[in-house]
Ligand binder design. Structure first.
Ligand SMILES: [Zn+2]
Length: 232
């Protein structure tokens, strides 16, 4: 009897050690030196090219959290490249048809956004890493806004007509600065708010249900994938 217990104990030690290592890997996440957390890497790897978009109220934890700066290791990682490509496919998909998207809207609490530059020829989407609005100025307008994460509402939101944004350029990996006016400046304010857990409904004068948007959404399935990891 006693020797049997000792044998079991000898077998248990390596098993417990392996479990402890696995537990630490999950808890430490990106602090282990690998880019992104285990949960984030799973979402990036396993998502379709059109990702699940987080919505209120189900995903309020991720949408209301302040996102973290991308580290140098994350900026140069293949995971970020995949994430940015999938975010772009998502915002441009007929299912979403957006003009901007922030990483928390696809479940990733990192400071990365895509913005459609209506002020540039061809109105291209451009990506901005660790963006910061250095200045907001000019006339304050109260224009209509909606958000992929807050369907099917719309609202009138006070926004500045101009912004100066500094950011890390994903191609050159240099910090750049840009001055943006008009509707595109409003998109920058909306998307950068997402990175601080702020939604347009927090700033809106009025919010109302958009019947046309609700009708458009009926054509698609918006359920969260069964494999989707919970936020810790
Ligand atoms: Zn939004």
């Amino acid at each position: 009897m006693k020797s049997g217990i000792r044998r079991v104990n000898r077998m248990l030690v390596p098993v417990l050690l392996a479990m402890a290592v696995a537990f630490l890997a999950v808890v430490l996440g990106n602090r282990s030196g690998r880019p992104f957390t285990v949960r984030e890497r799973r979402i990036i790897r396993q998502s379709d090219s059109v990702m699940y978009v987080t919505v209120l109220p189900e995903d309020s934890v991720i949408l209301r959290r302040r996102s973290a700066e991308l580290t140098p290791a994350e900026v140069s990682s293949p995971e970020l490249e995949t994430l940015l490509a999938k975010m772009l496919s998502t915002v441009r998909s007929p299912k979403q048809d957006g003009v901007g998207i922030a990483a928390p809207q696809v479940g990733i609490g990192r400071r990365a956004v895509w913005v459609q530059r209506f002020d540039l020829p061809g109105e291209p989407f451009r990506c901005y890493l660790n963006p910061h609005l250095d200045s907001l100025y000019g006339e304050v307008t109260h224009g209509p806004e909606g958000c992929l994460s807050v369907p099917p509402l719309r609202g009138y939101v006070p926004r500045y007509s101009s912004v100066i944004v500094s950011y890390l350029d994903p191609s050159s990996l240099r910090t750049l600065r840009d001055t943006v006016h008009g509707y595109t400046a409003i998109i920058f304010q909306h998307e950068c708010d997402h990175l601080d857990g702020i939604l347009y409904i927090d700033r809106a004068d009025t919010v109302f249900v958009s019947e046309s948007w609700a009708a458009e959404r009926k054509a698609y399935d918006y359920r969260r994938p069964s494999w989707y990891p919970r936020v810790r």
